[in-house]
Design a protein around this ligand. Structure first.
Ligand code: PEP
Length: 256
C-alpha cells in the first residue's frame, strides 16, 4: 500500500511578479480537474512579494492550490533586516516553506546548522518544511552521493521530535540536475529516496519513515515525470523551471 499522498510543488524561484502570479495560479487552478486535486497535493512556491496576492485569490475563489515560501528566517521577530518570519508566512495561510534549497546553500552560504534552525522555525509555526538536499556533480562522480546527501539530511533534521520529523517533506535535488535539463534517472531518484527513507527510519522510527514524503527535484517536466512517480519511494516532485508554465505544470500534476 502507498500511504503517502503525492505532492507536486512548483518552485518559481525569483520569477513572476504579483500580477503574473495571479494569472498563473488562476490558469493552473482552472485547467486542473477536481480529480487531480483529490488525489494529490498541488502547491506553488512564489516569491514572498506574491504571497498576499496568491492568498487573496486562493481564498476568494476557494481554490485547492496550496502555497508556501521559498525560504524563511530562523528567528521569530526582531532586528533581522530583510528577513521574513515564519509567523508572517503562517498568517498569510502558507502551508509550506522551502528550506535549504541548493541555490540558497550556494549563493547565501547556508550551512546545515542554519538549515536546521530554519526547519525548526517552520515547524514552530505549523508550516511544512520542504527540506532540500542533494549532491553536486563532483560528489556524484566520486561515488559519494549517498553519504553526502544523508549527512545533509542528518544536519537538517537534527534534534527534531518524532512528531516534528513526520511533518518534514524531504526533497532530493541533485544539484547537477537543477535547471540543467539533465534529469536523474528514475533509478537514481529511487536509490536516493530509499536511502533517505531508511535513514529517517534509523534516526526516528519506522512509523516516521513510512509517513515521510520524499520528493525528487531536478529538471522535472511533463515528459519525464511518470517513471519518476512510479518509483515506490518517490512521493512527488519539486519543480522549478517547468512550474512557470501553467499548462506544463498542470500536465506534471496529472502525472498519471
Ligand atoms: C528547483 O529549483 O528546485 C528545481 C528542481 O529546478 P528545475 O526543475 O528547474 O531543475
Amino acid at each position: 500500500t502507498q500511504p503517502r499522498r503525492p505532492l507536486l510543488a512548483g518552485n518559481w524561484k525569483m520569477n513572476l511578479n504579483h500580477l503574473e502570479a495571479i494569472a498563473l495560479v488562476q490558469k493552473l487552478a482552472f485547467s486542473l480537474e477536481a480529480e487531480t486535486f483529490e488525489k494529490n497535493d498541488i502547491a506553488v512556491l512564489p516569491p514572498f512579494t506574491d504571497l498576499r496576492s496568491v492568498q487573496t485569490l486562493v481564498d476568494g475563489d476557494k481554490l485547492a492550490v496550496a502555497y508556501g515560501s521559498q525560504d524563511l528566517s530562523p528567528h521569530d521577530s526582531g532586528a533581522y533586516t530583510g528577513d521574513i518570519s515564519g509567523a508572517f508566512l503562517a498568517k498569510l495561510g502558507c502551508t509550506y516553506a522551502v528550506v535549504g534549497h541548493s541555490e540558497r546553500r550556494q549563493h547565501h552560504a547556508e550551512s546545515d546548522e542554519l538549515v536546521n534552525a530554519k526547519v525548526k522555525a517552520a515547524l514552530r509555526y505549523e508550516l511544512t518544511p520542504i527540506l532540500c538536499i542533494g549532491e553536486g556533480l563532483e560528489t556524484r562522480q566520486a561515488g559519494e552521493h549517498v553519504s553526502y546527501t544523508l549527512s545533509q539530511l542528518d544536519g537538517g533534521m537534527a534534534g527534531l521530535s518524532k512528531d516534528d520529523a513526520a511533518n518534514v517533506v524531504v526533497a532530493y535535488e541533485p544539484v547537477w540536475a537543477i535547471g540543467t535539463g539533465e534529469v536523474a534517472t528514475p533509478d537514481d531518484a529511487q536509490e536516493m529516496a530509499a536511502e533517505i527513507r531508511s535513514r529517517v527510519g534509523d534516526s526516528f522510527s519506522a512509523d516516521v519513515a513510512g509517513k515521510t514524503r520524499i520528493l525528487y527535484g531536478g529538471s522535472v517536466k511533463a515528459a519525464n515525470i511518470r517513471p519518476i512517480m512510479d518509483q515506490p519511494d518517490v512521493d512527488g516532485a519539486l519543480v522549478g523551471g517547468a512550474s512557470l508554465d501553467a499548462d506544463e505544470f498542470a500536465a506534471i500534476c496529472r502525472f498519471d
